[in-house]
Design a protein around this ligand. Sequence first.
Ligand SMILES: [Zn+2]
Length: 236
Amino acid sequence: MTRLYLEDSYRRGFDATVVASREGACLLDQTVFHPGGGGQPHDRGRLLLGGEPLPVSRVEEDPEGRIWHEVGRDLPPGAGVRGELDWPFRLAIMRHHGLMHVVNTVAREQLGGVITGVQIGPERSRIDFRLPGFTREQIPAHEAAVNEVLARGLAFSARLITEAEFEGRPELVRTLNVLPPVVDGKVRVVEIAGFDAQACGGTHVHSTAEIGRARMVKFDNKGKDNKRFYWELDAA
Ligand SMILES: [Zn+2]
């Protein structure tokens, strides 16, 4: 199964063949549908079977690394389908996902924060840090530092490194308790040119300029050392 979303995050449609079906979900020989993970939600969209649209209500990766597309019906193996992403949703997720890379790096460098969780949404994303001593008064400077990076128009790129190289570079892991996917002994690293590199299996924009301007709209204390930040983006 080819993960087209890892090759080109801007690809919106594809033709595929049904490999297997079970309980209303199907496995395809290739897909642009991201199954979610690492704080990113699964993609939305539809499959077209002979011109009939079937909404994809859920996309899920099983423990064997197969991606199941839930369409509420078992499709015959061998059937040809056309897949189409809900593109406005995906693009919003890619902009927010890119923002989370920038926020976690700025928080680490500027504040010494360790990320403990992230939940990416199309309108608002949430990021949690172990960040003792952070106060509201620091928000404007943090927000300004994030926007300064976004405005630089830095390029995103992805490459695969070996598991052995990965183990020697602990700084590539950002989210505590969440290990990045290892596929065929390789780990995917997403770089922001001249700024940061971290392990990630998600979908991203091409440049920080596409993310635009960001605002921290809410800040919560979650216990003594843990802080929760909510971020939104200006319209593209
Ligand atoms: Zn990422």
